[in-house]
Ligand binder design. Structure first.
Ligand SMILES: NC(=O)c1ccc[n+]([C@@H]2O[C@H](COP(=O)([O-])OP(=O)(O)OC[C@H]3O[C@@H](n4cnc5c(N)ncnc54)[C@H](O)[C@@H]3O)[C@@H](O)[C@H]2O)c1
Ligand SMILES: O=C(O)CC[C@@H](O)C(=O)O
Length: 526
């Protein structure tokens, strides 16, 4: 596991990577060209907000499996390019939110009380407060755009200042607004008209880029205070400069000027603008949190495990991940059997979740099934990230259904693989502390604990077949660990599933296949 850390992360994060056995190169001062020249050697890249992870980089990154964003915003990462290549993008969305919220409050106080300007005079040995009168927060109305993790932390903190809090976030429920004690504004314009202070906390998306621009400032009260501790461009910088010039905006606190990491913003020329160089997450606590979390996630992803904060995968919280872990293994096992038993191209995969599993986040289990399905036949890397993309590109339709009630089992997954001429079914369950069982293949019933090597054979249900199978495997020096027989008595057919201690040679498989009464025999690897 070779990991390149292209922007500084906490030492604790690097230690976590090393302890897990990774080779780590921390190279925060590479030029873009040096990064492009080096990236081909690495399995994982850890970045913060200043490395553009884009097509140009992916084309050189022939070994890259994971991009770790040590932080929250992933606007510097081309997600589509990563997903189609099966590169997992992980971030640490929770690890620095308190620090970002606290800097928001810091910038607000700094700009409302002119703290940096007053300090500057004093450090120049001038005792003079003239022209730098501040404003109080108490009684003022703050408008929060984006009431997610950081926006809501800001709201609860500003309440203690005695402020009136209003918010605009069309994607947050009324109940959540109520719970936070924030008055909901249905229209951004209404929020702009009502607030004395505006603070933005949305991600940077096509929809939010420039969401605060000329027309929003036109609607605003004169003397507005503007804080942006989210991303450059959410508040359009040209419009902000104009609003500062025409005095619509009286004070600005900004952590994310356009053009970072270069210190060339026109905002720097205004005395009533307080600026920090994207320092929202720069606290000891946040960086330790971020560093350790990203290191753990990158390692898990490199080991092929499901990761809670994978950005290009369904969202899974740590406790949900624990609940689905055994099912991921089961799903992958069920998926892996199809192409080892059948040769017909898949047209459709129908997945049925019944019983306890139906209540879980099954979309990730479906990904595990597809991963297992395609892995044995494809040279390209198949993982949770690109399994769906691969299914689509091969014209394989995937459906998922759920039933809460079930007979005989507490929990059951059935995968039906439909090809042009046949339907193949396989079912499995999980019991106890993650014990997996295959309980059905094509209507034959079993209770098989899957093992790395198996032999699966369909035969005429008549005396002597099993005996010969045992003898020939013995001759081939293959030790049988367990054997199960599923029968269709009316059809005089049976299916044997043997778990064995070692691989089966081609020759032995041929002998076994030649036993009178054996219809087909397959060596299967899990
Ligand atoms: N300055 C820093 O160092 C720093 C640190 C951490 C995060 N951030 C940035 O802070 C921002 C917020 O982070 P978060 O963790 O709270 O994100 P979040 O995803 O928890 O919350 C974002 C909120 O914005 C809302 N939203 C999305 N589109 C919207 C729109 N068009 N109008 C109104 N609301 C909209 C979403 O519904 C969501 O509630 C992000 O841009 C993130 O990158 C900055
Ligand atoms: O310090 C950083 O890496 C950026 C922090 C922040 O903007 C984030 O998105 O997490």
């Amino acid at each position: 596991m070779k990991v390149l850390v292209s922007e500084a992360i906490a030492e604790k994060g690097v230690e976590t990577l090393l302890q897990a056995g990774a080779t780590v190169d921390v190279k925060p001062n590479l030029t873009r060209q040096e990064l492009l020249d080096a990236i081909g050697d690495y399995d994982a890249l850890i970045v913060r907000s200043n490395t553009d992870v884009n097509e140009e980089l992916y084309q050189k990154a022939i070994r890259l499996k994971v991009v770790g964003r040590a932080g929250n915003g992933v606007d510097n990462i081309d997600m589509e390019g990563a997903t189609k290549r099966g590169i997992i993008v992980v971030n640490t969305p929770e690890s620095n939110v308190v620090s970002a919220a606290e800097l928001t409050i810091g910038l607000l106080l700094a700009t409302c009380r002119n703290i940096p300007q007053l300090q500057k005079r004093l450090k120049e040995k001038v005792w003079d407060r003239a022209g730098l009168k501040g404003i109080e927060l108490q009684g003022k109305t703050v408008g929060i755009v984006g009431l997610g993790r950081i926006g809501s932390l800001v709201a609860t903190r500003l309440k203690s200042f005695g402020m009136n809090i209003i918010g605009y976030d069309p994607y947050i429920s009324d109940t959540r607004f109520k719970h936070l004690g924030v008055e909901k504004k249905e229209k951004l314009e209404d929020l702009m008209k009502a607030c004395d202070i505006l603070t933005v906390h949305t991600p940077k998306t096509e929809e939010t880029y420039g969401i605060i621009g000329k027309s929003q400032f036109k609607a605003a009260k004169k003397g507005l205070v503007v804080i942006n501790c989210a991303r450059a461009g959410i508040v359009n910088e040209d419009a902000l400069v104009e609003a500062l010039q025409n005095k619509t905006v009286a004070r600005v606190g900004i952590d994310v000027p356009e053009g970072e990491p270069r210190a060339i913003s026109p905002l720097l020329d205004f005395d009533n603008v307080v600026v920090t160089p994207h320092a929202g997450a720069d606290t000891k606590e946040a960086q330790d949190n971020v560093g350790i979390t990203i290191a753990q996630e990158v390692i898990s992803a490199l080991r092929g495990e499901m990761v809670p904060n994978a950005v290009n995968l369904p969202t899974l919280h740590t406790q949900d991940l624990e609940a689905v872990k055994a099912y991921l293994k089961l799903g992958e096992t069920l998926g892996k059997l199809y192409y080892q038993l059948e040769k017909e191209a898949v047209e459709k995969v129908e997945i049925l979740y019944r019983g306890e599993v139906a209540a879980l986040e099954t979309s990730v289990i479906s990904l595990a099934i597809l991963k297992g399905l395609f892995e044995p036949i494809l040279k390209e890397r198949v993982n949770y990230v690109n399994a769906n993309v691969i299914a689509k590109s091969r014209g394989v339709g995937v459906t998922e259904s759920k039933e809460s009630a079930i007979d005989n089992y507490l929990t059951l997954i059935t995968v039906k693989v439909v090809s042009k001429n046949k339907e193949f079914t396989i079912s499995g369950t999980v019991f106890g502390k993650g014990e997996l069982r295959i309980v059905e293949i094509n209507g034959y019933e079993f209770d098989v604990n899957p093992s790395p090597y198996m032999l699966i054979a369909e035969n005429i249900d008549k005396p002597g077949v099993i005996g010969q199978m045992g003898t020939l495997l013995g001759v081939g020096k293959v030790n049988i660990a367990t054997m199960q027989l599923g029968r269709k008595i009316a059809d005089q057919r049976a299916m044997m599933v043997l778990t064995i201690d070692s691989p089966v040679s081609k020759e032995t498989l041929e002998f076994v296949g030649g036993i009178e009464g054996i219809i087909r025999a397959h060596y299967v690897k899990i």
